[in-house]
Design a protein around this ligand. Structure first.
Ligand code: ADP
Ligand code: MG
Length: 701
């Protein structure tokens, strides 16, 4: 047998063997001793405490009880069978229950022999019962190590069914430490360890598995979290620096007549401080000679369009064309109208290209893009067709990032010799911590200020039983000349029912708001695209008073006269969706309202969501709550799980540490970009090892 070191495959460890090794690989991704050493407990429990059966309470979590099995029976149920053991101590009786591995467990159980049972005790049918307890003979228990901080490792159903219990994992890790010793390579530099008073890698790994005290455990966790975050940031920042030094971009170094004339004579309003700052950031970025790759975040209504236009004018001043892409026809048309209106007095040609552009016009547009006479093209996916070629595309702006895939963007890049600068605009606020860990390789600009004089949307929560009052309120607003959205949820899994709710709702509203006094539109996913457009346009033109819809109106439509948003079954929407929907109103001069309708029964999370909505309009605050409720994976979708799938750190709970790790990584790389100094030798070796196994990418560039 070869000498054992950390690269040794896990099957050579005492107590593992080929079949367990296969199981560990499949279930937990553990292949080597190194992987096992870096498999961290997710919590610690006190195994020195015991309860008596009569001390059990209905809401205790995990408990440890000493008793004897007095009876075992197999109960047949619909699917398979269930094993029930009666477990007693001198104070009472409870049940131990197994749903899996029944046959195997039944044979192994010993009657009338003292056992330690550990697990969750549930109150069920008048007795306590513990499903799938960890059982150990008291004689064995007394031989093993008892501590007030026993690690509990993540597990899977498959592992526990196949007998790889927490005890077994602990034993494996003990074997690992006895056989390999504490001989782990340090990954951080001496300076960092000293400066931040961190445990060494050895001490940290030992104490994370076998905490010698609460203090040492905390320090071990801090050290390992810091390390994890630090290496992620190191990768992201390094990727960004490499991008900047290798991906050349057009140099937009002049701000000329287009920009200056517009700014002087045509700017429709004074820019907010945030808008000015963001434009400065963009201007600077486009003049460096590297390709810009920037995310522009700004809550709905924060004024991203004018920033887009000013950026386009800089491109024009430098002799380049621009493309602005948005996900829907309505949105692109709105952009087109807004932008052509604003540049009317200037000598700039702007065109709209969508799926419904007539063939003849389309041909003209293609030609004008190729000969350079067309300066700004605004369009949908139609812009990505091969036939669309530019004379010199210098800037691509993409509105509502999440609607476009990476492949599409990459395709746009390829249309030119040098890639155009890219500005992605999104109204979905991403909490800073999340942005740092997921988009840490991108540049980010944030418009965190709304234009002045904007009235905050007033948000109220009403129960379904108050519907008549809500109808009355709607009528009053319509009488003042306002328009109203009524939105219903439409969730994939419950499509049929949801659709029925929507249609029932539409009917009841049509009855209450009857013709000819009132006109009601309805838009939903089962309609043909052109019928949808038709209804949306009727509402846009003010021909209908109420728009009943599913969430299709979620994305950026601007109808300033619509000032009331009624959200039905609001408890079923996520926070970011509620916030996006509310952003549809509050766009005009009038006071706007958002009414969240719910039933009486609300889960705690739903209550938090509703309370958050009624207490703030700040998209970033809302995004923070959303992140806490749902966790990073669900907030960002699954694409980035590579970055978010951390072993020990948690970007919500460890936000402060993340910030520190990012600063430190930045400092290390700016002093020593290639990590070549002797001081950074440990970091360099660890970095190479990590990037070899698990390179990080972000899905935006
Ligand atoms: P969004 O960021 O949601 O795309 P828009 O660019 O559509 O926001 O701007 C929302 C509204 O605010 C528009 O009617 C726009 O003309 C107006 N607006 C933008 N910036 C300012 C400003 N600095 N002062 C006043 N109004 C502004
Ligand atoms: Mg917009």
């Amino acid at each position: 047998m070869p000498t054992i070191d950390l690269h040794t495959p896990i099957e050579y460890l005492k107590g593992v063997g080929p079949s367990r090794a296969e199981l560990l690989r499949k279930e937990l991704g553990i292949r080597s001793l190194f992987d096992l050493a870096n498999f961290f407990p997710n919590r610690y429990i006190d195994r020195t405490q015991f309860l008596k059966i009569n001390q059990l309470q209905q809401n205790t979590t995990e408990v440890q009880i000493i008793g004897r099995i007095t009876d075992i029976k197999t109960v047949q149920q619909k699917r398979g069978s269930r094993l029930v053991a009666t477990f007693s101590d001198e104070t009472g009786t409870m049940e131990l229950v197994w749903f899996r591995g029944v046959k195997w467990i039944k044979e192994a159980l010993k009657l009338e022999t003292p056992y330690v049972a550990f697990g969750r005790a549930n109150w069920f049918n008048g007795t306590f019962s513990m499903p799938h307890p960890e059982l150990e003979l008291v004689t064995d228990y007394n031989k093993s190590l008892q501590t007030a901080m026993q690690p509990v490792y993540p597990s899977t159903e498959n592992l526990s069914t196949k007998g790889v219990t927490n005890r077994v994992v602990i034993k494996m890790i003990q074997n690992l430490f006895t056989e390999v010793g504490t001989n782990f390579t340090e990954t951080l530099s001496p300076t960092l360890i000293k400066k931040f008073n961190l445990l060494s890698k050895n001490e940290a790994l030992f104490n994370i598995h076998f905490p010698q005290s609460q203090t040492l455990l905390t320090k071990a966790q801090q050290r390992l979290k810091f390390e994890e975050l630090f290496f992620i940031q190191l990768q992201l920042i390094r990727k960004k620096l490499i991008h900047k030094s290798t991906i050349k971009g057009y140099v937009f170094n002049s701000v000329g007549n287009y920009f200056n004339n517009f700014y002087k004579d045509y700017l429709p309003f004074e820019l907010t401080g945030a808008q000015k700052r963001v434009i400065k950031e963009i201007r600077k970025d486009m003049a460096t000679g590297a390709q810009m790759n920037r995310l522009l975040q700004g809550d709905v209504g924060s004024g991203k369009t004018i920033v887009a236009l000013l950026t386009m004018l800089i491109a024009l001043d430098n002799g380049f064309q621009t493309a602005l892409m948005a996900p829907t026809e309505i949105l692109t048309t709105q952009h087109y109208n807004a932008i052509s209106e604003m540049v009317k007095g200037l000598d700039i040609s702007v065109q709209l290209l969508t799926g419904s552009t007539k063939t003849k016009d389309r041909k003209d547009i293609h030609e004008a893009l190729e000969d350079g006479s067309l300066h700004i093209i605004i369009g949908t996916h139609a812009l990505l067709e091969d036939k669309v070629q530019f004379k010199n595309l210098g800037l691509a702006i993409i509105d509502e990032q999440h609607r476009f895939g990476v492949a599409q963007r990459a395709k746009m890049w390829m249309k030119n010799k040098l890639p155009p600068h890219i500005l992605v605009m999104t109204a979905t606020p991403i909490p800073r911590t999340l942005a740092m860990s997921v988009y840490g390789d991108l540049d980010i600009s944030v418009i965190d200020e709304l234009p002045p004089g904007r009235k905050e949307v007033i948000t109220a929560h009403r129960y379904d039983s108050n519907r008549l009052n809500v109808f009355k309120f709607m009528k009053d607003e319509i009488a003042k000349g306002r328009q109203i959205y009524v939105v219903y949820p439409l969730i994939e899994e419950s499509q049929k029912l949801d659709f029925k709710d929507l249609m029932d709702g539409f009917e009841s509203i049509s009855r209450e708001f009857s013709k000819p006094t009132y006109q009601v539109s309805v838009v939903h996913g089962k309609m043909k695209a052109e019928d949808k457009e038709y209804e949306m346009n009727r509402f846009l033109k003010g021909e209908t008073h109420i728009m009943v819809a599913t969430t299709v109106i979620e994305v950026g439509v601007n109808i300033p006269n619509a000032s009331v948003m009624v959200i039905e079954s609001a408890e079923r929407f996520g926070l970011s969706q509620l916030h996006q929907l509310r952003g549809r109103v509050g766009r005009g001069a009038e006071q706007s309202y958002c009414i969240l309708m719910t039933s009486f029964k609300l889960t705690n999370d739903a209550k938090t969501r509703i309370e958050t909505m009624t207490s703030t309009n700040d998209g970033f605050k809302i995004a923070e709550v959303d992140l806490k409720l749902r966790g990073p994976g669900d907030v960002m979708g699954t694409q980035q799980s590579g970055v978010l799938n951390m072993k020990i750190a948690d970007i919500v709970k460890d936000a402060a540490l993340l910030k520190k790790a990012r600063e430190v990584a930045f400092k290390v790389l700016s002093d020593d970009p290639n990590l070549l100094s002797p001081e950074n030798r440990n970091i360099n070796t660890a970095y190479k090892e990590i990037t070899k196994n698990r390179a990080i990418w972000s899905n935006i560039s």
